[in-house]
Design a binder for this molecule. Structure first.
Ligand SMILES: NC(=O)c1ccc[n+]([C@@H]2O[C@H](COP(=O)([O-])OP(=O)(O)OC[C@H]3O[C@@H](n4cnc5c(N)ncnc54)[C@H](O)[C@@H]3O)[C@@H](O)[C@H]2O)c1
Length: 304
């Protein structure tokens, strides 16, 4: 029986994983460094992942056998304090790896990001393994994490599985300081009938994924037989790609009277080093991935 620890469980993705597993009756221990909502449907313990002893103790106490390690400082926030970002992203992952090996954890899920690529990749359509030169501390830490995942699988047999998520679109939970947050902000502005100032220019095309697909992709990857997985770093996955102008037009065509201004800030430079489209054919081949939510279906979910 799976007994799952989720770190960073109160973030955008974590809360969705909690709901998914709780609805299935799977044991989940949620951990984070902020207070949980009153209606959290699972057990919660306060734990800073930089405190290795605390996390180790919780793993032993609750007989955890699977870890979803979701703690990270995201792309835009990371640039504000790169030293701290590296520390949180990498030290926490090292801790989880060490704890997992010592406690014979069966599987670890650790999300990577499209931030790993950079302008040396063909950003019009990034392949699974192009030349990579990430240009944010977030991307640098994710690429290093991918290499660690592969190293610890090869040398210690630790079964770490990973996806390079694009921008995740959800409305129940707010995004945590990434470069694709504008999508959710613009959608929420439309629903709240308020104007919106977009921090990227109109034409910035970036890959996105609806939250249900993000959760489903992780579950599919975690359920796959390891022998079918040809990638031990992190798999490309995507839903659809969109620009702010396309999003604005679609929102308006659905009857929302939103005014959008475009005032690109430092996040534009980050977006310029990210892919427009992602080739996820190896995920299709290895573990049967395909997304359920395109642009229209995502808008149906979010705007209705
Ligand atoms: N959301 C996206 O669009 C996206 C895209 C690509 C990859 N990812 C990856 O998915 C994972 C989850 O992302 P998210 O959007 O849910 O992030 P988030 O910022 O919404 O949540 C992160 C959570 O980690 C917690 N946290 C921070 N420092 C901590 C610490 N020291 N100890 C314990 N908890 C701590 C925060 O309180 C927060 O609840 C991350 O690894 C992220 O890089 C997310």
């Amino acid at each position: 029986m799976e007994k799952i620890l989720i770190t960073g469980a109160l973030g955008q993705l974590g809360q969705e994983f909690i709901n998914y597993f709780s609805n299935k009756g799977v044991f989940v221990l949620a951990t984070d460094v902020k207070d949980p909502p009153k209606d959290l449907p699972c057990l919660f313990e306060f734990a800073d992942v930089l405190n290795k002893n605390r996390v180790d103790l919780l793993v032993k106490k609750h007989k955890i056998n699977t870890i979803y390690h979701l703690v990270a400082i995201l792309s835009a926030n990371g640039e504000k304090n790169p030293y701290n970002s590296w520390k949180i992203n990498m030290e926490s992952f090292q801790n989880i790896i060490e704890i997992s090996i010592n406690n014979k954890i069966q599987k670890v899920f650790w999300p990577s990001s499209i931030a790993v690529f950079g302008t040396e990749s063909n950003l019009d359509l990034v392949s699974q393994n192009p030349s990579m030169n990430p240009e944010t501390i977030y991307g640098v830490s994710k690429l290093a994490g991918e290499k660690l995942a592969s190293y610890y699988f090869g040398k210690f047999g630790l079964d770490i599985r990973s996806l390079r998520y694009p921008g995740i679109i959800s409305t129940k939970t707010l995004p945590g300081g990434g470069t694709t947050d504008y999508v959710i902000e613009m959608l929420n502005s439309a629903k709240n009938k308020s104007d919106y100032t977009c921090f990227l220019n109109k034409k910035t095309r970036l890959p996105m994924m609806y939250i249900d697909d993000a959760v489903n992709a992780a579950i599919m990857l975690m359920s796959a037989e390891r022998k079918n997985l040809s990638i031990s770093t992190s798999y490309n996955v995507t839903g659809f790609s969109v620009t702010p102008a396309e999003l604005e037009n679609k929102i308006k065509s659905r009857g929302f009277n939103i005014k959008v201004k475009y005032e690109p800030d430092f996040r534009q430079e980050i977006a310029n080093s990210w892919p427009k489209e992602v080739d996820d054919s190896i995920s299709h081949k290895d573990w049967g991935w395909s997304c359920d939510f395109g642009f229209e279906r995502t808008l149906n979910k979010v705007l209705n």
